[in-house]
Design a protein around this ligand. Structure first.
Ligand SMILES: Nc1ncnc2c1ncn2[C@@H]1O[C@H](COP(=O)(O)OP(=O)(O)OP(=O)(O)O)[C@@H](O)[C@H]1O
Length: 231
């Protein structure tokens, strides 16, 4: 479904991605791991169209996304949950969810009921301001907002960052449900190794802008792979 092939990405003269290739498939959770600053967020931003690439290709169902702006990629079925959540603090929960309507045709502008089944707290807090929610609730809201666009590929950048363990469990369950029941392709950046090991079908480990390992989740137990993850 999603293929990134030999992607190079630069910030000015500084190269953040070097020949990076990854794939994400329907009904699978693909996890990208690596220490701080190795290029994980840059790769996700390249996939969703927020950062241009200088070399390589990114395709969705075989179609080159090069000329597609972020909203066009959202229309094609890519949902994005950015690092830090990027909730609008002064808008209500409902209004935050409705910001996901932007790329949709008017007839599709509804909030799918399964968003509230997955995260009942959002239904309870519809009228509250985004900024009044806890970090974990904001993360659920960010995932809900991405689901409003009815994605086929969901890209999540560090959804467990700064979140309490009970909500991490809820988020893990939600991600697994999206994979198993809706057959979504999930592309997940994580620093939290156990979360990845539990959820992932396929893992990629990055180091200094490159993919240094690709394999099944169990391969994370290999000490040679671990070496790339320890500080
Ligand atoms: N807007 C930017 N301008 C210049 N350099 C940047 C920019 N964004 C990221 N970088 C640099 O690119 C490299 C990769 O950063 P990136 O955020 O993609 O890594 P990361 O693996 O996601 O890290 P983290 O886990 O801290 O989010 C880093 O050296 C970073 O300093």
């Amino acid at each position: 479904m999603l293929s990134a092939t030999n992607v190079d990405l630069f910030y000015g003269a500084a190269q953040a991605l070097r020949g990076v290739s990854i794939e994400a498939k329907p009904g699978q959770i693909t996890c990208v791991l690596g220490r701080n600053g190795v290029g994980k967020t840059s790769l996700m931003r390249a996939v969703v169209g927020q950062q241009p690439i200088r070399g390589g290709t990114i395709t969705l169902d075989g179609q080159d996304l090069k000329r597609e702006a972020p909203y066009a990629r959202a229309r094609r079925g890519i949902g994005f949950v950015p690092q830090g959540r990027e909730i609008f603090p002064l808008l209500t929960v409902k209004e935050n969810l409705q910001t996901g309507f932007a790329p949709l045709k008017p007839k599709d502008r509804t909030i799918p009921p399964y968003v509230f089944e997955m995260f009942p707290v959002l239904a309870d807090m519809l009228g509250r301001r985004g900024g009044d929610l806890s970090g974990g609730q904001q993360q659920q809201l960010a995932i809900g907002r991405a689901l409003v666009t009815r994605p086929r590929l969901l890209v999540l950048d560090e959804p467990t960052e700064g979140i309490q363990p009970s909500i991490i469990k809820d988020i893990g369950r939600a991600i697994r449900t999206l994979k198993e029941q809706a057959g979504l392709a999930i592309l997940l950046v994580e620093q939290y190794l156990d979360f990845c090991r539990e959820l992932a079908d396929q893992v990629y480990v990055m180091d200094r802008g490159e993919v240094v390992h690709a394999g099944p989740a169990e391969s994370l137990d290999d000490p040679a792979v671990r070496r790339h993850l320890t500080v």
